[in-house]
Design a binder for this molecule. Structure first.
Ligand SMILES: Nc1ncnc2c1ncn2[C@@H]1O[C@H](COP(=O)(O)OP(=O)(O)OP(=O)(O)O)[C@@H](O)[C@H]1O
Ligand SMILES: [Mg+2]
Length: 262
């Protein structure tokens, strides 16, 4: 279980991005963290992945533990070795490399060849479109396909906990629905997920538990479906626009993965 307790994070010693955040990702669950721009969602993932230093950020107090072991002060690669792998915001893939080269880059830390092969097969089974395009340049993939590649690359490290930073960003509602389905499937295969999102419709659809982050503090938390029904979340995050309804329709029908080949 991943546990964050009373976490305070600052940037450049001044900006207080997280102010006493406590949350948990129990094994086998999908946990969503909702929040608008600047709420501290990315900061939370950076703290877990131990990359705050690269952004002039610092943990002032509190703790981040995985299965009881502290992640604070670890090298980012040690956090990956422990099984926590982040898909960064803006899906930073290597656009000049092929799809397969991108995946190989994600499997660099894997212990042996057969584990790597199995991880790659898992990715190609989840995303048939990546298998089809394996020798093609990653930069030529559509936005949705690039997001799939970014997720696939993280899966190459066989994570116990997958950390996703706004995977829906900039994608059409139909594609967001597909991303939601794939998160559900990855979780079904045994990987816990910490999903940070502004798109509450998709996130609450796939999550078991959810937290709302409001300017660095948790303002609401609970069962994802119960939270989705509250007035506050309805009003602030689930405007009943056509986009939201469309994502809901795609995620909740839970259609088969065959559509990924389209
Ligand atoms: N490298 C940095 N240096 C200084 N301040 C930063 C840095 N990164 C983030 N911040 C500030 O920390 C706060 C939280 O930012 P963060 O990026 O975690 O929010 P977010 O919820 O991920 O927002 P978004 O939805 O826009 O991605 C904001 O006030 C932001 O301006
Ligand atoms: Mg962010």
């Amino acid at each position: 279980m991943l546990e964050v307790e009373d976490l305070r994070v600052t940037y450049g010693g001044a900006v207080e991005a997280l102010r006493g955040v406590t949350l948990a990702v129990p094994d086998g669950k999908v946990v969503a963290v909702l929040g608008s721009n600047g709420a501290g969602k990315t900061t939370l993932l950076r703290a877990v992945s131990s990359v705050l230093r690269l952004h002039r950020g610092r943990v002032e107090s509190g703790s981040v533990t995985f299965d009881g072991k502290s992640l604070l002060g670890k090298d980012p690669s040690q956090v990956v070795d422990l099984g926590l792998v982040q898909v960064p915001e803006g899906r930073r893939i290597f656009s000049r490399l092929t799809v397969e080269e991108n995946l190989r880059a994600g499997g660099m830390g894997a212990r042996d060849k057969s584990a790597k092969k199995a991880a790659q097969q898992r990715v190609y089974d989840l995303f048939p479109v990546l298998a089809e395009r394996r020798t093609g340049r990653a930069g030529l993939l559509s936005g949705g396909e690039q997001q799939m590649l970014a997720i696939g690359r993280a899966l190459m490290a066989a994570p116990k906990v997958l950390l996703l930073d706004e995977p829906s960003l900039g994608l059409a509602p139909r594609i967001i629905g597909q991303i939601g389905e794939i998160i559900h499937e990855i979780n079904r295969q045994g990987t816990s997920v910490l999903l940070v999102e502004q798109n509450a419709t998709m996130a609450l659809e796939v999550a078991d538990l959810a937290y709302v982050l409001d300017v660095g503090e948790v303002s609401l938390q609970g069962d994802a479906k119960e939270l989705a029904a509250t007035d506050e979340v309805q009003k602030l995050y689930l405007g009943h626009g056509s986009d939201a309804d469309e994502v809901h329709a795609v995620v909740s029908t839970g259609k088969t993965l065959s559509r990924w080949t389209a």
